[in-house]
Design a protein around this ligand. Structure first.
Ligand SMILES: Cc1ncc(CN)c(N)n1
Length: 235
């Protein structure tokens, strides 16, 4: 089977990604991702990230529920529902890692949310509440497509190690065919909705939303990095 190759530079998504420039790079090429690929990421950083990501996924599933509500056609409802299912399919990966550290799913649910989690998830849901379906999808796409790009980059990087890497199954998930097929379908629907909702005439505002969500993605990695015990400065 050939791997689904995604062209991240195409269409409205490609335009927004290019418009986000250095902020997009700071997300997909974050230090956290690079040392996760080599296996050198301190476990405390990955733990902090993964528990927060579980809480993040809950709010992103809610955001896709909102996308279902904002949809005006059955085809768009189906696509938002499929993306919601895609988000939920990530959860077992998180539950399995946390179980290996003795943390149950019941306990994960009651972990306090980090500022980075609150800021990003509430921003996206606010865009969805105040804007239309296209605004909401623009806020969601850095999350959906960014991890597929990260998976593709890790796969291509000569420094990436899967065997013996404690984060190997995380890498396998986001470079895997199932995730990439879901992202390819999401991007295809995004281009369709972009055209129907006049994306090209709304570029300035859409760029603002996309760039903000990309910056909040980079901040999310940084929240994981900051849990490195060697970087702690006293407090
Ligand atoms: C913060 C974040 N961004 C993106 C993904 C991939 N859906 C995720 N699990 N977490």
């Amino acid at each position: 089977m050939t791997m689904t190759e995604i062209d991240f530079s195409a269409g409205l998504f490609g335009k927004l990604r290019a418009g986000a420039g250095q902020i997009w790079e700071s997300y997909v090429d974050h230090e956290f991702v690079r040392i996760l690929g080599t296996g050198e990421l301190p476990e405390a950083c990955f733990r902090r990230f993964l528990v927060q990501d579980y809480l993040f996924l809950k709010h992103f599933a809610r955001a896709y529920g909102l996308a279902v509500y904002k949809s005006q056609t059955v085809s768009d409802i189906r696509a938002a529902n499929a993306a919601l299912q895609g988000i939920l399919q990530e959860v077992p990966l998180h539950v399995t890692y946390c179980a290996s550290w003795g943390l149950s799913e019941a306990q994960m649910q009651y972990e306090p949310e980090a500022n980075a989690t609150i800021t990003y998830t509430r921003y996206v849901n606010d865009i969805g509440n105040s804007g239309d379906l296209l605004d909401l999808l623009v806020a969601l796409m850095p999350c959906v497509a960014g991890y597929a790009e990260i998976g593709q980059r890790l796969l291509a990087a000569p420094t990436t190690r899967i065997e013996g890497n404690p984060y190997g199954s995380w890498i396998e998930n986001y470079k895997g065919e199932e995730y990439h097929e879901m992202v390819a379908a999401s991007l295809c629907k995004f281009e369709d909705i972009g055209q129907r909702y006049g994306g090209e005439t709304r570029l300035a505002r859409l760029q603002e939303i996309f760039t903000t969500a990309s910056r909040l993605e980079a901040d999310f990695w940084q929240m994981g990095m900051d849990a490195d015990p060697r970087r702690k400065t006293g407090a």
